[in-house]
Design a protein around this ligand. Structure first.
Ligand SMILES: N[C@@H](CCC(=O)N[C@@H](CS)C(=O)NCC(=O)O)C(=O)O
Length: 204
């Protein structure tokens, strides 16, 4: 079984790399030189025709062409790893199905709702403020987004996706006052202290 992750400097591949390191999943990390256009070369377009990173090749699964499974989109890659390499959704089938669905919800929320609100914060600051207020309430109750009736849960794909974006807040929205959201601030500080996060950020 071999996994290859394709990424680039300061790209969304860092999110996936962080997950792999937290879960100690072995993976070969290939850094593409985007300035030199390596993401537009035939060899990479065969893996992701959109020419974007991250992309993952997982030879423990067969893709539709009969070769190793090639996956694009950071969220899809995270959920694939959570399901098939980190066994995040094991145990009782009902609980596993709910955990899987909620993880999908948080990963899609991070990529489709939180990320865009951060990038559009200058034009629509109220959207980001509303989201941060909700996240602050959630994170004040528990640092794990899926915790609750199921008791304490290990850090997982849902946390990885949301915390990755939150950790970028001070950089992407440098003028934003985070003091109304102390639990979000604490989450960002905790992310920055995690050895696997530091390692992932250092090797991108
Ligand atoms: N929604 C995609 C976005 C992928 C994406 O836009 N990646 C950027 C780097 S962060 C990229 O490869 N850009 C190169 C290009 O668009 O040419 C994901 O989450 O993986």
């Amino acid at each position: 079984m071999a996994l290859t992750l394709y990424g680039a400097a300061r790209s969304r591949a860092s999110m996936v790399l962080w997950y792999l390191k937290e879960k100690a999943i072995p993976c070969d990390f290939q850094i593409l030189d985007m300035k030199a256009g390596e993401h537009r070369q035939e060899s990479f377009l065969a893996i992701n025709p959109f020419g974007k990173v991250p992309a993952l090749v997982d030879d423990s699964f067969q893709g539709p062409d009969g070769g190793p499974l090639a996956l694009a989109e950071s969220g899809a890659i995270l959920l694939h790893l959570a399901e098939n390499h980190a066994a995040e959704f094991g145990g009782d089938p009902g609980r596993a199905a709910a955990l899987r669905s909620l993880s999908q919800q948080w990963v899609l929320y991070a990529n489709a709702t939180l990320g865009p609100a951060m990038f559009q914060a200058a034009d629509r600051p109220e959207d980001l403020s509303r989201q941060l207020a909700v996240l602050n309430g959630r994170l004040a109750k528990d640092t794990s987004l899926l915790a609750g009736a199921w008791g304490p849960l290990p850090w997982g794909a849902a946390d990885c996706a949301v915390q990755s974006y939150l950790a970028y807040l001070p950089m992407f929205c440098s003028g934003l006052d985070l003091s109304p959201y102390p639990a979000v601030q604490a989450s960002i500080e905790a992310t920055n202290q995690r050895p696997a996060y530091q390692e992932a950020m250092g090797s991108r």
